[in-house]
Design a protein around this ligand. Structure first.
Ligand SMILES: Cc1cc2nc3c(=O)[nH]c(=O)nc-3n(C[C@H](O)[C@H](O)[C@H](O)COP(=O)(O)OP(=O)(O)OC[C@H]3O[C@@H](n4cnc5c(N)ncnc54)[C@H](O)[C@@H]3O)c2cc1C
Ligand SMILES: NC(=O)C1=CN([C@@H]2O[C@H](COP(=O)(O)OP(=O)(O)OC[C@H]3O[C@@H](n4cnc5c(N)ncnc54)[C@H](OP(=O)(O)O)[C@@H]3O)[C@@H](O)[C@H]2O)C=CC1
Ligand SMILES: O=C(O)C(=O)Cc1c[nH]c2ccccc12
Length: 401
């Protein structure tokens, strides 16, 4: 029996130099960067932990999800949505667009490659990117793992002893699994609102926890997208004024949300989005279910009991069959990217938009703008231009010196 290979020999056998950037993540952001690079003749290697592109959309979203911004805000650079898509495409249409996008540019990511560590080697001037089976070396590392890489699971006392199912919205598919159930929905962002609405359609009884304040805006006003109106107004007016107008319109069309238990933050919706990343809820029907009492708004949860009830901050106690955590997502960058202070401890670029796309030594970040696909597109164009400029001053990606 031969002795087992030494660590360095093993690494040697499974390592490869990538003549172009390594992109981590085959979501919209990774694909957009790859496409913009190919447009200028630069190829790249995408490493993706799951076995498909756009895995967030394919595997972690509910059946009834539609884009809630009009389609022209959600398309990637260089290829538009098909003409026949509705104003608010379904998730299936969005996925089919992403599939055609990858096919159009012949982008073939390496699947089932979870990046566990990446760091810059100052000696060789290369990024060393480690997955479970290989090590890749490249001059450029593009982080495209997204703001929604991992679910946020809150620590609620007693939750582990709840007798029924406790799931995060990333595994919720449809209310059909919760028919006639009393369901505690923790969180009131877009996911909490839309899951609660979906549950109503299956005759479940959702109780939605609102521990704080929330801005709810109509998705449309007089047939025009509220988001599009805001973008237009921002070209002429300061944020504070646009926020005032949005709130006027929201109060006019939706009525006061405060009396429904949905207190508004003191800061306006766009100012808050810019400062904290907190996305306002764009209402697609949940509010009318709250008004009719079919969705009950509850205060923060104090404790979950092993008997299957939840105790709330206001002293109420209610029994539930299931719990759905609509508590949002987080970046996973700090778990695998080492030796750089470009990202904060929660895995977001330190530099504010629009400057968070470029780090040092060939490091880039795409899709961390808290501006959805719109932000992704802006980052992808900037990153590709920057890398292509370097590529052109080198031979085959190597410095010609
Ligand atoms: C329910 C929901 C609805 C949304 N709706 C909209 C909308 O209507 N409009 C809009 O503009 N935005 C929307 N968003 C925001 C969403 O983040 C973007 O649409 C988009 O998916 C971001 O793309 P991304 O490529 O940056 O991230 P992701 O789509 O999350 O892709 C990141 C990829 O990286 C992979 N990955 C992560 N870690 C690793 C690792 N260590 N190694 C290898 N691969 C890794 C993941 O598997 C994933 O495939 C929505 C988000 C959610 C959760
Ligand atoms: N149709 C669409 O286009 C949709 C888009 N999205 C997008 O996906 C992204 C993620 O949205 P979402 O999943 O809603 O996540 P968000 O981060 O937007 O919302 C999380 C919610 O959970 C609450 N929360 C977190 N922890 C606790 C806790 N311990 N107890 C009680 N409440 C808690 C938060 O409250 P607090 O504010 O107090 O922290 C907040 O209300 C957003 O950008 C959203 O716009 C989502 C669904 C549909
Ligand atoms: O739905 C989302 O999560 C998005 O990221 C889309 C989006 C980008 N910028 C916004 C501002 C207000 C509401 C939604 C978005």
């Amino acid at each position: 029996m031969g002795s087992p290979p030494r660590h360095e020999e093993e690494e040697e056998a499974n390592s490869q130099f990538v003549n172009g950037p390594v992109i981590v993540g085959a979501g919209p952001s990774g694909l957009a960067v790859a496409a913009c690079l190919l447009e200028h003749g630069v190829s790249s290697l995408i490493l993706e932990r799951s076995d498909c592109i756009a895995s967030l959309w394919q595997e972690k979203t509910y059946d009834r999800l539609k884009l809630h911004l009009p389609k022209h805000f959600c398309q990637l650079p260089l290829l538009s949505f098909p003409q026949n898509f509705p104003k608010y495409p379904t998730k299936y249409q969005f996925i089919s667009y992403m599939e055609s996008y990858a096919k159009h540019f012949s982008i073939g990511p390496k699947f089932k490659q979870s990046v566990s560590r990446a760091e810059y080697d100052f000696v060789t001037g290369l990024w060393r990117v480690q997955t479970q089976d290989s090590v890749y070396y490249s001059r450029w590392l593009v982080v495209a793992t997204g703001e929604n890489a991992e679910p946020v699971i809150p620590e609620i006392p007693g939750m582990e002893s709840f007798p029924g199912p406790v799931i995060h919205t990333s595994v919720y598919k449809s209310g059909s699994e919760f028919r006639n159930q009393r369901v505690l929905v923790v969180g009131c962002g877009n996911s909490g609102m839309e899951v609660s609405l979906d549950l109503c359609r299956y005759n479940a009884s959702p109780h939605m926890v609102v521990r704080n304040s929330v801005h709810v805006l109509p998705r449309e006003v007089f047939g025009l997208s509220t988001f599009a109106i805001a973008i237009e107004l921002l070209k002429w007016l300061p944020i504070k004024v646009v926020d005032k107008l949005l709130l006027l319109v929201a109060n006019f069309t939706l009525g006061s949300t405060e009396r429904l238990g949905l207190r508004r933050p003191k800061t306006g919706p766009i100012e808050l989005k810019n400062a904290t990343g907190k996305t306002p809820v764009l209402d697609v029907g949940a509010l009318s279910q709250i008004k009719s009492g079919r969705i009950e708004v509850m205060e923060g949860v104090r404790e979950i009991t092993r008997r299957g009830s939840a105790k709330f901050m206001d002293g109420q106690e209610k029994e539930f069959d299931s719990i759905i955590l609509a508590t949002g997502y987080k970046s996973n960058v700090p778990t695998w990217l080492k030796g750089t202070d470009f990202f904060t401890e929660v895995g977001m670029p330190k530099a504010p938009f629009p400057n968070g796309w470029k780090g040092e030594n060939g490091l880039y970040a795409v899709g961390f703008t808290r501006r959805g696909i719109l932000g992704t597109s802006s980052d992808a164009v900037n990153i590709a231009r920057d890398i292509v400029d370097q590529w052109r001053t080198t031979t085959n990606g190597w410095k010609s010196s």
